[in-house]
Design a protein around this ligand. Structure first.
Ligand code: NDP
Length: 339
């Protein structure tokens, strides 16, 4: 059995879907109430591969909300993640993806140091961040969508916002060495980490976001921002492809501008309908078929009986692992969402 640990994008979102999730008593409650809410299994899932194989899974709502980080309720945030992991393990789930901020919190607050959650000793090999598949899908989206928009990727300038992150650094590696993009712009806040990445890649220019935006033909957004940024589309090149892989979205405004194309990044579409209701709640355009690539990674590991934390730690994603997960993604009928 596979599992998915997820969370909603804001308190407002949580209040608006509380009834659908089966928590009517949470609908009028504020952040403090969500801080004390325990994790819950809110969906049973059945997925069939194009090979004919069927697998079963469960969705664990951690009750984490990004406002917990913004308001420095760090203890509540970390508790949400490890309690949800313990809940998944207690229910006998073999491999569970840590969606959205769950893996970021796990890493940033060194939660591997706290494997004991009441009477459960967390077995970390039962969990995956799903970031290898997410990075692979975003790279395929860059390649295919730029082709469709007439952007020659070998001559294009591509900015990665969140370049030093787990997903961002893997995307940079692929863009530099596989796609051999014309120019790679590395954007994040910590200059030391940017310099190390630049040295590892042997390529890339470190640049502030304000300078990178008007220079780039393609912008990949994979920054771990609890709230999105407002972007003025008139400063962008035309055409410009913006691939927003953040959850919550890195881009706060709906950009409607001729020749500026915004794509939901790190999203895959399955070839067959999936029996679940959770993707309605997170507002996917085609909820029966579209899902986050990190969730799809736990399905792929279950299909292949790879009961291992395929994606784990930070900045460990290799091109070979991206190839390997990409191969089974195609085999089981997933494809990247395209413009
Ligand atoms: P990491 O924490 O590993 O990396 C985050 C990156 O963003 C770092 O480079 C960080 O560098 C940078 N960053 C953070 N805040 C800012 C800011 N305000 N401005 C510029 N850069 C910033 O995160 P992950 O790689 O694990 O995840 C990235 C995003 O992808 C998250 O939004 C996550 O929820 C989403 N995600 C999507 C998935 C999907 O299936 N579609 C799956 C998993 C994650 P610095 O701190 O130096 O600025």
């Amino acid at each position: 059995m596979f599992g998915l640990i997820g969370h909603l994008t804001s308190l407002e979102h949580a209040q608006s879907v509380a009834n659908e999730l089966g928590y009517p008593e949470y609908a009028d409650q504020g952040l403090d109430f969500w801080c004390s809410a325990p994790p819950q299994i809110v969906d049973d899932i059945q997925v069939t591969s194009i090979t004919g194989q069927t697998i079963y899974g469960k969705y664990v709502e951690s009750c984490f909300l990004p406002e917990m980080l913004a308001s420095r309720r760090i203890k509540a945030a970390t508790r949400k993640v490890i309690n949800a992991m313990a809940h998944a393990q207690k229910h006998g789930i073999h491999i569970t993806a840590l969606g959205g901020f769950s893996s970021i919190i796990f890493e940033n607050f060194n939660l591997h140091q706290f494997p004991q959650v009441r009477n459960v000793t967390l077995e970390f090999n039962r969990f995956t961040t799903g970031n290898t598949h997410t990075a692979y899908v975003i790279c395929r989206q860059v390649e295919e969508c730029s082709k469709r928009l007439g952007i020659d990727i070998r001559k294009a300038t591509v900015a990665v916002c969140g370049a030093t992150g787990d997903i961002g650094s893997a995307v940079c590696r692929w863009l530099a060495h596989r796609l051999q993009v014309g120019e790679l712009l590395l954007v994040a806040r910590n200059v030391e980490r940017l310099t190390t990445l630049q040295q590892d890649l042997g390529k890339g220019r470190i640049m502030d976001l304000e300078l990178a935006l008007p220079t780039a033909d393609v912008v990949v957004w994979v920054a771990s921002m609890p709230k999105g940024l407002e972007i003025d589309p008139t400063i962008l090149k035309q055409p410009c492809l913006l691939i927003d892989g953040g959850y919550p979205k890195n881009l706060a405004n709906q950009i409607q501008h001729p020749n500026v194309y915004v794509l939901n990044g790190g999203i895959v579409e399955h070839s067959l309908d999936i029996d679940w209701r959770i993707m309605n709640i997170v507002n996917m355009d085609v909820p029966a078929r579209q899902l986050f690539a990190c969730f799809a990674e736990s399905m792929l590991l279950e299909f292949e009986n790879w009961y291992t934390n395929f994606s784990w730690g930070r900045n460990q994603i290799t091109l070979e692992k991206m190839d390997k997960i990409g191969e089974v993604s195609i085999k089981h009928g997933f494809r990247p969402l395209l413009v």
